[in-house]
Design a protein around this ligand. Structure first.
Ligand code: NAD
Ligand code: UDP
Length: 351
């Protein structure tokens, strides 16, 4: 019998990492998660195990801790690494740039050093659409150059992409997929795992969901004077389970040496007002909102050209907007306080 391949998932207790850990277990991989739990709860992983019907290995540790990484690689025969661990709040990155560069850039370099020593050369890296920069024409295509970045978070992603490009040029054993995510939303259809931001949500969808569930009174819409159809910003929202499955598809690509960039998005842009309307329709709740001035650093509109991922990975975002919202809402309603509450199994979805 062929031995099961083991995937090391950094930041696997977080939002995208936990959904990806589930997809990996369901695809037959064994999973080792390293997370320092600075923005996550171990409860997410307990629920992943429940959903998958089998266990994963969890190690509480820091991606910048080389000794911890070396020990992990000694104790586990790792086939590939999926690297989610990092800090992701754009605004916070402006006030705490050193923390962002340390975790995101230094953490990635430390990981690659440990991989090199362990002889593990397959890596999937969480990048972002933000690396295209403000001047890029839409839709974004992978062949476009990386653009200017306006904040340390975006710069950290761009720097790591550059480091990884240089790494594959230095040594042909490396095979690296850099996945540029657009706007992941939604939750697993069970409502057992989902996005659980600490404090006030920065992102649109968790904010709307918290208004719908009564945790917050009003959504603030940042800007209604953009050059878009209804004046609000346009983004490419994709279901987190589609995104998770994109990682499983990318692992198959890691037989080819070099670095491979893929946009993971739907290819369709939706405005903030369209998202509010859709949420109200699917959840049958009203979302009170008020307009405020533009949020610094926001671009008017961008979305992906996802055709390269479709052609080379055989991956497509399959779940539509109503499913993304119904799943977000089920998660939020069953877990009004995120992982800090027990699941209320009596509540059922409206769709
Ligand atoms: P998340 O905060 O839910 O997950 C990140 C995880 O990394 C958390 O569990 C956190 O505890 C862990 N972590 C942070 N610093 C660590 C450290 N020093 N050592 C070990 N673990 C650490 O965020 P997410 O939304 O799941 O994002 C995952 C990755 O995807 C991040 O790299 C993020 O920048 C990237 N990304 C996210 C989005 C998005 O909209 N969510 C978009 C583009 C890219
Ligand atoms: N947004 C908003 N109110 C919020 C959060 C976000 O109007 O409370 C807007 C934001 O200005 C942007 C869109 O929603 O136009 C998506 O924002 P998000 O932070 O979710 O994603 P990103 O800015 O990273 O694309």
């Amino acid at each position: 019998m062929k031995p099961t391949k083991k995937v090391f998932v950094t930041g696997g207790a977080g939002y995208i990492g936990s959904h990806t850990a589930l997809s990996l277990l369901e695809a037959g991989y064994d999973v080792v998660v390293l997370d320092n739990l600075c923005n996550a709860s171990q409860e997410a992983l307990h629920r992943v195990e429940q959903l998958a019907g089998r266990a994963l290995t969890f190690i509480e540790g820091d991606i910048r801790d080389r000794a911890c990484l070396d020990k992990l690689f000694r104790e586990h025969d790792i086939h590939a690494v999926i690297h989610f661990a990092g800090l992701k709040a754009v605004g916070e990155s402006v006030s705490a740039p050193l923390a962002y560069y340390d975790t995101n850039v230094n953490g990635s370099i430390t990981l690659c050093q440990a991989m090199l020593q362990a002889g593990v050369f397959r890596l999937v890296f969480s990048s972002s659409a933000t690396v295209y920069g403000p001047e890029a024409p839409i839709p974004y295509i992978e062949s476009m150059p990386r653009g200017a970045t306006s904040n340390p978070y975006g710069a950290s992603k761009s720097i790591v992409e550059q480091v990884l490009d240089d790494l594959v040029r230095s040594d042909e054993r490396w095979s690296i997929a850099m996945l540029r995510y657009f706007n992941p939303i939604g939750a697993h259809s069970s409502g057992m795992i989902g996005e659980d931001p600490q404090g006030t949500p920065n992102n649109l969808m968790p904010y709307i969901a918290q208004v719908a569930v009564g945790r917050r009174s009003t959504l603030t819409v940042f800007g209604n004077d953009y050059a878009t159809a209804d004046g609000t910003c346009v983004r490419d929202y994709l279901h987190v389970m589609d995104l998770a499955e994109g990682h499983v598809s990318a692992l198959d690509r890691l037989t080819l040496p070099g670095s491979h960039i893929y946009n993971l998005g739907t290819g369709q842009g939706l405005s903030v007002l369209q998202m509010i309307e859709a949420f109200e329709r699917v959840s049958e709740r009203q979302i009170p909102y008020q307009f405020a001035s533009r949020r610094e650093g926001d671009l008017a509109a961008f979305w992906a050209d996802p055709s390269k991922a479709e052609k080379e990975l055989g991956w497509q975002a399959l779940r539509g907007l109503d499913e993304m919202i119904a799943d977000t809402w089920r998660w939020q309603r069953q877990n009004p306080n995120g992982y800090r509450t027990e699941i209320n199994t009596t509540s059922q979805g409206t769709s």
